[in-house]
Design a protein around this ligand. Structure first.
Ligand code: F6P
Length: 525
């Protein structure tokens, strides 16, 4: 690997230098920015059932133009087309990156007809199998229909389908429950298996490599449980499914090729939900809803490829993130969801973002000259309000926030509309409170108006004031359905891609997870 750069490093671009200069200036407060006429209209864009409100980002038109210029000078458009074309942009592994092809329609895409045919053949197999299990056509060894599926996988072989299953829980089959086990701690598996009837249980082993120690430990243990519970050894394959990009390995371990569903080395684990790896999700919500999820991802792909940069949702999210991370030196990105069904969305994006962009070298091995991926953290916003939001509002860290909310909610509870109003009121109030803050003078005046004496008001004011100026995005989903979810996921994938394209890092390898694995193996010997 060479340390000679084959492209202009980000810091050498005129737009980068312009942004460095802009960041060194005193920043206009969000209070002043929010007072700009028509700011909300100017900094809000919608596509694919998602609206991005960026009015509370600390950017004015000069910063905005410089960021868009940075995207142009970094050739985001050219790098984007290289991905869609299937160029080997994952250079350290010599692979193309084609999760986008997994959601391509029959009309195909720039990746070509060979990839298209492969994808559609496997997608059809996955969908048929999911519907046959759900319909009781595929059954266990005793002839009884399956009632439970246990997906065993970790990282990208767990987080995506598990997150989507929660997000789309309203579509889950009442007769086929899907459980997810990732941790090799015995309790994690036992706590699921102890409630199940082996005759009616299908075990899905999801592993791209089929070498992951945690997954293989759980898989062997689940097989042992099946046989101990009376599944005859010669019928065990009726209770097992493998999902992998290494079918030779799974076949070597006795998994039936007919019950093995494939994806390929050009699908990164954290980008694999759209592939056969989505089978556990399809088992839960049905193949039609799974295809709708793919359609949502495809719609966002189209938007990403064709919308002008200035209105391009993934590009805007990426550019504002880069402003906060690389120019204002803010190390973390808080994400908070105000839809409880999106409870696992943050851990999912955390892997997608941090495993992709947590890199210390540029693509050609040159030590990184810029700050790269942020620490992504968070969870459910309403719960966070009663916990770590204290630090966000008044602590010593400057933390950009992404809020995710739903415009409409159709949970069939009598008072659902009241619940929804409470939730969204809180989301709006938090975003506004973080942006505007409250000065000591305002706090003192408020306390006096509430009847405090002058000494108390003065003494309390520093404790009850808020610096504000906390930048945020609000992402509003029209509603939470498979298509919107697909678009939301693809939006974040393309955001991560765009940031990597500007930082000139490889978002698609993950060598950082290897050293610990190697040491664990060495210690085993
Ligand atoms: O250790 C990290 C990782 O390689 C992730 O990138 C991946 O999603 C996960 O492990 C699981 O890997 P596999 O699907 O090969 O079991």
């Amino acid at each position: 690997m060479t340390t000679q750069t084959t492209f202009p490093l980000p810091v050498t671009l005129p737009a980068w230098q312009h942004l460095v200069a802009l960041a060194a200036e005193e920043q206009v407060s969000l209070r002043d920015r929010l007072a700009e006429p028509e700011r909300a209209q100017r900094l809000t864009w919608s596509s694919c059932g998602i609206t991005l409100d960026a009015s509370r980002q600390g950017i004015g038109t000069e910063i905005e133009h410089a960021l868009l210029e940075l995207a142009a000078q970094s050739d985001v458009a050219g790098q984007r087309e290289a991905m869609f074309r299937g160029d080997p942009i994952n250079t350290t592994e010599g692979r193309p990156v084609l999760h986008v092809a997994l959601r391509g329609d029959a009309a195909g895409g720039p990746w070509g007809s060979d990839v298209q045919a492969l994808v559609h053949r496997e997608l059809d197999r996955v969908c048929r199998f999911a519907d046959e299990v759900r319909g009781g056509i595929v059954r266990g060894h005793s002839g009884e229909a399956f009632t439970d599926v246990v997906n065993i996988g970790i990282g990208g072989s767990d987080l995506g389908p598990r997150m989507a299953a929660d997000a789309l829980a309203h579509l889950a089959s009442p007769t086929l429950r899907v459980h997810y086990v990732s941790n090799p701690d015995a309790w994690a598996l036992w706590s699921v298996l102890r409630g199940l009837d082996a005759k009616r249980t299908l075990v899905v082993v999801s592993s791209k490599t089929f070498t992951t120690q945690e997954t293989l430990t759980n898989a062997a243990s689940a097989q042992r449980w099946l046989t101990d519970q009376g599944v005859p050894a010669d019928a065990i394959s009726q209770h097992l499914v493998a999902i992998t990009a290494s079918p030779a390995k799974s076949a070597g371990m006795g998994y039936d090729p007919q019950r093995t569903f494939l994806f390929w080395d050009w699908v990164g684990g954290r980008y694999s939900l759209w592939s056969a790896l989505g089978l556990p999700l399809a088992l839960g919500i049905g193949s039609a809803a799974f295809r709708e999820l793919l359609a949502g991802g495809r719609a966002m792909d189209e938007h990403f490829r064709h919308a002008p940069m200035a209105e391009n949702l993934p590009v805007r999210l990426a550019l504002h993130g880069i402003w906060n991370r690389s120019f204002l030196q803010r190390p973390t990105q808080l994400m908070v969801s105000y839809a409880s069904r999106l409870v696992r969305f943050v851990p999912f994006v955390q892997q997608m973002d941090m495993e992709s962009n947590g890199k210390g070298v540029h693509i050609d091995g040159h030590e990184a000259t810029v700050e790269t991926g942020p620490i992504v953290w968070g969870g459910l916003g309403i719960d966070g309000q009663h916990a770590y939001f204290q630090l966000v509002h008044q602590g010593r860290h400057a933390i950009p926030v992404d809020f995710i909310g739903l415009q409409t909610e159709d949970t069939p509870l009598p008072l659902a509309a009241t619940h929804h109003a409470v939730v969204n009121l809180n989301l709006r109030a938090q975003a506004q409170a973080m942006a505007l803050g409250r000065t000591p003078a305002e706090t003192e005046a408020l306390l006096l108006a509430e009847g405090a004496d002058a000494a108390t008001a003065r003494a309390m004011a520093p404790h009850r004031s808020f610096p504000g100026n906390i930048p945020s995005h609000i992402l509003w989903l029209d509603r939470l359905d498979p298509e919107r979810l697909g678009a939301l996921i693809a939006l974040h994938e393309h955001k991560v891609f765009t940031q990597a394209a500007i930082w000139r890092i490889n978002a698609f390898d993950q060598w950082g997870v290897e050293l610990g694995k190697t040491m664990a193996k060495a210690m085993e010997r």
